[in-house]
Design a protein around this ligand. Structure first.
Ligand code: NDP
Length: 295
C-alpha cells in the first residue's frame, strides 16, 4: 500500500490515544530492543528512527536494559535537534526500582539519551522491590522534573489492582504489555480493567517479532486473505489489528527505513467488523483468565 508521508502523518494525528492528563499520542510508536548492538548498522537504525518520527511515529520506547544502555545511546543520537518533537519512554530494571537507585538509573538514562527529561518512565517488570517504594521514587523523579509521568510494564490485573490501591498509585499513566493477534489474553480482564480507569495500553511485540513468537500466525490463510484485500502484508495487518481500538499504542521495532515505512502504512487501514469477526474465528479472544504473556 502506497501512502504519502504527509497522509500517514495526518492519519496518525487524527486518531490519537489520549493519556489521563490529556496528552495525545500516536497509535504507532517505535520500539528499540536490539537496536544499537551492531556498529555497522548504526546509521541505518538512526535513519529508520528519524524517518518514523518524521512520519508521526514520534513515541520512542527504550530501556536501560536494551544492550545495557546501547539502545538509549543510539536513541539519544537519533533525537538530536528534534528532541521536543519526540515522546521519549524508557524503563528501569526492577532491581533498580527502589527509592534510591531509581534516581541514579534515571539520571544515567538521561545522560545516554542526551536529554534533561523523559516523557514517560516505566517499571520494566515487577521484581522484589515493593511497588510502594517504586511509586515513591517515580513521584520524586516527577518532582525533580526528570520525568514528566510514569507507568508500568508487564503488570497483570492483580498487580495493577495492588498498584492502584497505593497512595498515588493511580497516577500510573500506562501499562506496557505483550499484545498481538496471536496473544490476546489481556482482553479477558486486564484491558477492560484499564479501560474503566482510562489507562491506555502500550502493546509490545505487536508484530509477534515478525511472526516468530507464534508459528503459523503470518502464514494463516485468514490473515493473508484479509491483508491482501487491504493491499497490506501480513505484518501490516497485525499492526492494523493491534491499533483498531483507540486506547492502544503499538510500538513495533524496525531497523530499516523500508520496514518503518511499511509499518506506518498500517495506520491507513480500518478493519471492517466482518474482517474482525473472521480474525476472531481464526484467533479467538480469551474466554477465561490467561496469565499475562511475557517475552
Ligand atoms: P516486534 O513485534 O516489534 O517485531 C520486531 C521484529 O519485526 C524485528 O525482527 C524487525 O526486523 C521485524 N520487522 C519490523 N517491521 C517489519 C516489516 N515491515 N517487515 C518485516 N519485518 C519487520 O518485536 P519487539 O520485541 O521488538 O517489540 C517491539 C518493542 O516493544 C521492542 O523493540 C521494545 O521497545 C518493546 N518491548 C518491551 C518489552 C517489555 O518487557 N516491556 C518486551 C519486548 C519488547 P528489523 O529489525 O530487521 O526491521
Amino acid at each position: 500500500m502506497v501512502l504519502s508521508k504527509e497522509a500517514i502523518r495526518q492519519k496518525l494525528a487524527e486518531q490519537p490515544v489520549q493519556l489521563q492528563d490529556g496528552t495525545r499520542l500516536p497509535k504507532l510508536g517505535q520500539g528499540t530492543w536490539f537496536i544499537g548492538n551492531h556498529p555497522d548498522k548504526r546509521q541505518e537504525e538512526i535513519r529508520a528512527l528519524r524517518t518514523g518520527i518524521e512520519l508521526g511515529m514520534r513515541l520512542v520506547d527504550t530501556a536501560e536494559m536494551y544492550g545495557e544502555g546501547r539502545a538509549e545511546s543510539l536513541v539519544g543520537e537519533a533525537v538530536q535537534g528534534i528532541r521536543d518533537e519526540v515522546f521519549l519512554v524508557s524503563k528501569v530494571y526492577p532491581h533498580h526500582a527502589d527509592r534510591k537507585q531509581i534516581i541514579r538509573s534515571c539520571e544515567n538514562s538521561l545522560k545516554r539519551l542526551q536529554t534533561d527529561r523523559l516523557d514517560l518512565y516505566l517499571l520494566h517488570w515487577r521484581g522484589s522491590v515493593p511497588l510502594s517504594e517504586t511509586v515513591e521514587g517515580m513521584e520524586r523523579l516527577v518532582e525533580q522534573g526528570k520525568i514528566l509521568r510514569w507507568g508500568v510494564s508487564n503488570l497483570d490485573t492483580k498487580d495493577m489492582k495492588e498498584l492502584f490501591g497505593l497512595p498515588e498509585g493511580a497516577r500510573c499513566a500506562v501499562n506496557q504489555v505483550l499484545y498481538h493477534l496471536g496473544s490476546r489474553g489481556i482482553e479477558f480482564d486486564l484491558l477492560p480493567w484499564q479501560r474503566e480507569r482510562c489507562v491506555p495500553t502500550m502493546a509490545y511485540c505487536p508484530l509477534a517479532q515478525a511472526g516468530s513468537l507464534q508459528r503459523g500466525l503470518t502464514e494463516h490463510k485468514t490473515v493473508k486473505e484479509i491483508a491482501r484485500k487491504y493491499g497490506l502484508g501480513p505484518l501490516q495487518l497485525l499492526l492494523a489489528w493491534c491499533i483498531r481500538q483507540d486506547d492502544i499504542i503499538a510500538i513495533p521495532k524496525a531497523s530499516s527505513e523500508a520496514h518503518v515505512l511499511e509499518n506506518a502504512a498500517a495506520v491507513s487501514v480500518r478493519l471492517s467488523e466482518e474482517d474482525l469477526v473472521l480474525l476472531d474465528q481464526a484467533f479467538p479472544p480469551p474466554s477465561r483468565k490467561v496469565p499475562l504473556d511475557i517475552v
